[in-house]
Write a protein that binds this ligand. Structure first.
Ligand code: UDP
Length: 387
């Protein structure tokens, strides 16, 4: 009997590989015509530049197991992610650091002076309960309204008071001139892009990959359906249950692509923070592969427009609002009662996680599933608590 893995993104690929390496046969299906999910990269036919088809994906991790895992499948090239932000007619250093604060306040603050200045501006909120309260208690109203409020409203389509504080905790606040976007010592990009990396993970004699195939097509319960020892589902958890408790909210993205001679913006990502600008950021792809920059005399960029996620749209970000959490609890209960299925990944667990966390959790799921299988038990429903 084979195992079924629904979805060929990082979560599905890593899990399938671990099962295959342990000697089990696995069928991996994905409804798209490529692997790697939303990390998919390919070359722009007009310019030759490697393009992140579903938005910028920058690999960064503090986890050695994850790092050793990916470097076993692809050459990872050194990369330091840098972002700038346009707001109120100016270009700022970003994420918020000492230069950003000096630019905004027209000052020459030292680290201690900048801290003292912000301390005079922040609002005392003992336990920030949402994104806005978190921002006001961390950076005060002026910084919040310049860089965070408009961007966040555009990105999520809701008022920042309805978003969890954890969303803001993704962004660093630094009282130095360090303008790197991530803290992690390990930051890198796969030399040929993410799709060959995921293809390499899936390249195992015990894995059969079917693209353009929905999981429902092989498990349909009719004469063509196949029997599996267990299903590992990395698609949206609400879809697995036929949206019986309603549709969990996701945010989607639309991209406008354009090509230009020479360099477009001088930086991989330019955030556009003003509420009046209808997009959130512009990404210029060749900056994501600095080692091959000189090969191209034309450049391709994507303007990123956040959008509501209808039934036919691609989900990108789980929106964990209060109502969603209630609905998620219903799906978690259904998952607990269901037999023969485990859930993982950004969509399978409805979690705003990065690539390295997806890999880490897929490895955890594989460890737990293999231990369970060896002992004749069912694999766990989730690798970690979801709620
Ligand atoms: N954010 C913001 N202004 C910015 C950049 C980010 O307010 O210029 C907020 C926004 O709410 C966003 C969150 O910080 O959703 C996390 O940003 P990150 O860059 O990590 O988002 P991702 O790359 O995952 O879309």
């Amino acid at each position: 009997m084979r195992y079924l893995v629904a979805g060929a993104g990082f979560s599905g690929a890593v899990l399938a590989r671990e099962l295959a390496a342990a000697g089990f046969r696995v069928l991996v299906v994905d409804e798209r015509d490529h692997v790697a999910g939303n990390c998919h990269t390919d070359r722009c036919p007009q310019t030759g530049v490697l393009v992140h088809r579903y938005g910028a994906h920058i690999f960064h991790t503090a986890n050695d197991r994850v790092w050793n895992y990916v470097t076993g499948f692809a050459e990872m090239m050194p990369y330091r992610h840098r972002v700038r932000a346009k707001a109120r007619g100016q270009v700022f250093s970003f994420p918020i650091n000492l230069l950003t604060l000096n630019q905004l306040f027209g000052a020459q603050f030292s680290p201690a002076e900048a801290r003292a200045h912000l301390a005079g501006l922040v609002e005392e909120i003992a336990e920030p309960a949402n994104f806005e309260e978190q921002a006001l208690s961390m950076v005060g109203r002026e910084v919040y309204e310049t860089f965070l409020k408009g961007y966040t409203e555009k990105q999520w389509g809701v008022h920042p008071t309805r978003l969890p504080a954890s969303v803001l905790k993704r962004l660093p606040l630094r009282f130095s001139y360090d303008d790197g976007y991530y803290h992690d010592a390990r930051q890198a990009m796969p030399r040929e892009g993410y799709t060959p990396l995921v293809e390499a993970i899936l390249a195992h004699e015990n894995i059969e990959l079917r693209l353009g195939c929905r999981a429902e097509d092989v498990t349909g319960g009719d004469s063509t359906s196949e029997a599996f020892a267990h299903v590992f589902w990395t698609g949206p958890i609400d879809r697995y249950f036929g949206h019986r408790a309603g549709r969990l909210g996701y945010r989607s993205l639309k991209f406008h692509e354009f090509v230009q001679d020479g360099d477009i913006q001088g930086v991989p990502v330019m955030n556009h923070c003003d509420a009046g600008v209808p997009f959130t950021r512009v990404i210029e792809h060749r900056w994501f592969a600095p080692w091959e920059m000189d090969r191209f005399d034309r450049s391709v960029a994507h303007v990123e427009y956040p959008a509501a996620c209808g039934p036919e749209d691609i989900p990108y970000y789980p929106i964990r609002l209060v109502d969603e959490k209630r609905m998620l609890a219903e799906y978690v209960a259904m998952a607990g009662a269901a037999e023969g299925v485990s859930f993982l990944g950004r969509l399978g667990t409805y979690a705003y996680i990065d690539m390295d966390q997806a890999i880490e959790r897929a490895l955890e799921m594989a460890d737990a599933a293999l231990a369970a299988i060896r002992e004749g038990r069912a694999p766990p429903v989730f690798a970690r608590p979801v709620l």
